[in-house]
Design a protein around this ligand. Structure first.
Ligand code: PLP
Length: 363
């Protein structure tokens, strides 16, 4: 199966081999070394000197781990939303009692940093601004650097970025852009299986932690940091994901981050061009089209769900469909992580074949 969804992504053979490693004592020297090695290399990918914590969780667990450590019930939060994952971030904040203001844009659009600034001027008591870097549901890469700058200029709010589907696919300069908390997952551009949520935490965010009263136990940052200093974790770590990340980070840093990002940009551009020659239309604003996932509208009369099923069942290529209101309306092609020209060539050849078949059937 040519898995072309925006995560989980295919694993390189070196990562698959790492997953066969026997378990180790998570309270021993080998684990301490492993964790140290992984964190040091993750800091390079995050471009940060901030603390990095690794939780056994999916990306959503990571989002919750971010919010419960910096917020108290009643705190004001500004959620930037232009897609399913931006909305989910706002929902998590609301679930923990935050007063959530939204700056919303149509799905497929980019968030305008000027609107963020305007909202913050009107609500100077805002404690945190939530942004989704790569909105996986629409294929938009949001202008996080400019949004973070707007926040810095207009408030003292924390900038919290969901980078679940962007980190490792495109640059996210955590420290240079002034981002307080970055959350990512192991299963996308980091070329590892699902199972680890990774957070970077700035000094400003640690300061917010001291005042935060949201309920937390499993996610409590201080507990994780206390144990990380000893080379351990408070609860059992997802060992196979550590083995996988160890191998995957070697591959990423050997290729070189600039080369990894250039590969993603090149493959995204190629995918958009080829899909458009097949008669599909790019769904998002092209100026913000994602390097990790391409969202496309099929031509009139062609049902997106049918196209996806045909490609999967007849041609062994798996694309993703739309989420929420976009269900049945778009197809999404993942091109992040362990992916090269030939994978997309085969996937788009299959799409071309399916378009002909599906159109034939629908006349
Ligand atoms: N945020 C973004 C941008 C995502 O793409 C995803 C998953 O696709 C998530 C959050 C949620 O991650 P998970 O499904 O691992 O909880």
């Amino acid at each position: 199966m040519n898995l072309r969804i925006p995560g989980p992504t295919p694993l390189p053979p070196q990562v698959e081999a790492a997953l066969r490693r026997p378990m180790i004592n998570h309270r021993g020297a080998a684990f301490a070394d492993l964790q140290k090695r992984i964190v040091a290399r993750l800091q390079q990918v995050f471009e940060t000197t901030n603390d990095i914590l690794i939780f056994p969780a999916s990306g959503t667990g990571g989002l919750e781990a971010a919010l419960v450590n910096v917020l108290s019930p009643g705190d004001r939060v500004l959620a930037c939303s232009a897609g399913a994952f931006g909305e989910r971030f706002a929902e998590i904040a609301a679930a923990f009692g935050a007063r959530v203001d939204q700056v919303s844009f149509p799905w497929g659009a980019a968030i305008d940093p000027a609107s963020v600034a305007e909202k913050l001027r009107a609500a100077p008591d805002t404690r945190a601004v939530l942004v989704t870097h790569n909105e996986t549901s629409t294929g938009v890469l949001q202008p996080v650097e400019a949004i973070a700058q707007a926040v810095r200029e207009h408030s003292n709010a924390l900038v919290i970025v969901d980078a679940v589907s962007s980190l490792g696919a495109t640059r996210l300069a955590t420290d240079a852009w002034g981002i307080d908390v970055v959350i990512t997952g192991s299963q996308k551009a980091l070329m590892s299986p699902p199972g680890a949520a990774i957070l970077s935490i700035s000094a400003h965010a640690w300061h917010a932690y001291e005042a935060a009263r949201a309920p937390r136990f499993y996610w409590d940052w201080k507990e994780w940091k206390k144990w990380a200093v000893k080379g351990e974790t408070p609860f059992t770590p997802a060992l196979p994901i550590y083995f996988a990340l160890d191998a995957a980070l070697d591959l990423i840093l050997t290729e070189g981050l600039p080369m990894v990002y250039a590969r993603h940009a090149r493959l995204a551009e190629w995918t958009r061009t080829r899909a458009q020659t097949l008669g599909l239309a790019l769904f998002p604003d092209p100026r913000y089209a994602s390097p990790a996932v391409t969202a496309l509208r099929p031509p009139a009369g062609v049902d997106a769900g049918r196209l996806i099923r045909h490609v999967r069942d007849q041609l062994d290529v798996e694309f993703a469909g739309g989420q929420g209101a976009l269900s049945g309306k778009i197809i999404r092609i993942g091109h992040l992580g362990y992916v090269h020209e030939a994978d997309l060539q085969r996937a788009l050849d299959a799409l071309e074949h399916a378009m002909a078949e599906v159109e034939l059937v629908s006349v």
